[in-house]
Design a protein around this ligand. Structure first.
Ligand code: UD1
Ligand code: MG
Length: 450
């Protein structure tokens, strides 16, 4: 099999996003647009990956490195066109031989199988990825010969009226033999309507040296680009549709699929039920047989099999929910391990904590993990009963089998099997409320009779 190198063009600032953030760092389904492209490309096992960025876009290189640690960055200091951008990457690929695949950082829905097909078609020549556009306005048009090979790509601004009526369009994604690429690239000029160096000129130059440009096709939605936030929202909607279907086909029940929001990396096991209005932020793994009830928000969390989450639960980064544990309504868990079969069913905050197996956390119990300066650990053993409205002032340890009485403020360690209780003596006054009520009624009557 031929080696593959990828070049991702990402030097565009994305002015229409009206943002301080480079366009390709905007997110859809919790993953940057660039991240989507790199994940798809990575499935091809490229020998080398290069991202072309513009000035002041170190954050783009950083993001690329997070996904592909040995990715190379090339700087295109002036934005003079797509061919100029590829030329900026040349140095990083000088000693590479094989197929070079060009991708756009702002075309995030592209599938790995499609990229594979483009590379396979390129062979020792080149291949472009085309699509039938509903509205071809703004795209380069693909001109074919009788055999169906692509002989030229005509940019919109340079096209004649009859060429403009062609709906077969260029996605921008193309694969080309490295030797052919570097021999043709210097021949590309900028004598066109935009005065830019067009990478698309490669096709005509290849034909001139007898190299064939084959055509791969994909549906239009797969090569949809992002230029503004309306298009970003459309990409998000497409991704959500894909993920919902994927998780259902993998054995999850979604009772109201259109209201469930996944991240690109969400992992869902078999026989998981997800009710309406559940949001999965990045970094979530849900094991088999978990029930996630309506209106839960889950991010950076692992949930073990048989657990029940929600309704209205919030799992924040570092939440590790054990097998068969229950996390109920208005319970927030952050950076905490909840043991097997443990329960926090109502109105609690468990942060920076360990909760042992079978322990019960009562309504309104809180780990006071922050002293205004630092975070501290609350370590609760197994089979502990934490009464309602307990404040556990960390750092603090509660031993196995201990009981904490409702309303207690725990500031010292509780030994195993002990009872801990901080409570003022109950002051009970027989008949007081009745006397008070009668006194108030009498005063009101006296005022009225005055
Ligand atoms: C390009 C194609 C066109 C295709 C269309 C698909 C060319 C000449 N035309 O046109 O045939 O139908 O994409 O969307 O290639 N970029 C750089 N540096 C540059 C210029 C562009 O990195 O100097 C990057 C952009 O950030 C973007 C991509 O390359 O990700 C495409 O550039 P863009 O200006 O959008 O090209 P189009 O005019 O849309
Ligand atoms: Mg464009």
């Amino acid at each position: 099999m031929t080696d593959i190198a990828i070049i991702v063009l990402a030097a565009g600032k994305g002015t229409r996003m009206k943002s301080d953030l480079p366009k390709v760092l905007h997110r859809a389904a919790g993953r940057s647009l660039l991240g989507h492209v790199l994940h798809a490309a990575q499935a091809l096992g490229p020998r080398r990956s290069v991202v072309v960025t513009g000035p002041d876009m170190a954050a783009v290189s950083d993001e690329a490195r997070r996904i592909i640690p040995d990715v190379l960055s090339a700087l295109q200091s002036e934005r003079l066109g797509t061919a100029h951008a590829v030329a900026a990457a040349r140095q990083t690929l000088e000693d590479f031989s094989g197929t070079v695949l060009m991708l756009y950082g702002d075309v995030p829905l592209i599938a790995a199988e499609t990229l594979r097909a483009v590379c396979d078609l390129a062979g020792s020549g080149m291949a472009v990825l085309g699509f039938e556009a509903g509205n071809p306005h703004g795209y380069g048009r693909l001109l074919q010969d009788a055999a169906g090979h692509v002989v030229k790509i005509r940019e919109e601004l340079d096209a004649s009226p009859s060429e403009r009526s062609i709906r077969l369009c260029n996605s921008g994604i193309l694969a080309i033999n490295s030797k052919l690429l570097w021999s043709l690239l210097p021949k590309i000029g900028n004598a066109n309507a935009k005065g830019e160096y067009y990478l698309t000129d490669l096709v005509e130059l290849a034909a001139a040296v007898g190299a064939t440009c084959r055509l791969a096709m994909c549906p239009e939605w797969e090569v949809a680009g992002v230029n503004d936030r309306v298009q970003l929202a459309a990409i998000e909607a497409t991704l959500q549709g894909i993920y919902r279907q994927r998780h259902m086909l993998n054995g999850a029940t979604l009772t109201d699929p259109g209201t469930v929001h996944f991240s690109a990396d969400t992992v869902i096991g078999k026989d998981v039920t997800i009710e309406a209005n559940v949001v999965f932020g990045p970094g979530v793994t849900i094991a088999d047989g978990v029930d996630i009830l309506a209106f839960s928000h889950i991010e950076g969390a692992n949930v073990s099999s048989g657990a029940r989450i929600g309704p209205f639960a919030r799992l924040r980064p570092g939440a590790e929910i054990g097998e068969d544990a229950h996390i109920g309504n208005f319970v927030e868990v952050k950076k905490a391990m909840i043991g097997r079969g443990a329960k926090a069913n109502h109105l609690a905050y468990i942060g920076d904590a360990r909760v042992g197996a079978k322990t019960n956390i009562g309504a309104g119990a809180i780990t006071c993990n922050y002293d205004g300066y630092e975070k501290h650990l609350t370590d609760i053993g197994e089979n502990v009963f934490v009464g309602s409205n307990t404040a556990l002032v960390a750092p603090v340890t509660v031993g196995d089998g201990a009981s904490i009485a409702a309303g207690s403020v725990i500031t010292r360690n509780v030994p195993p099997d002990a009872l801990a209780m901080t409570r003022a003596e109950l002051d009970l006054r027989e008949g007081w409320a009745k006397r008070y009520r009668e006194m108030k009624a009498a005063r009101k009557a006296a005022r009225r009779n005055k």
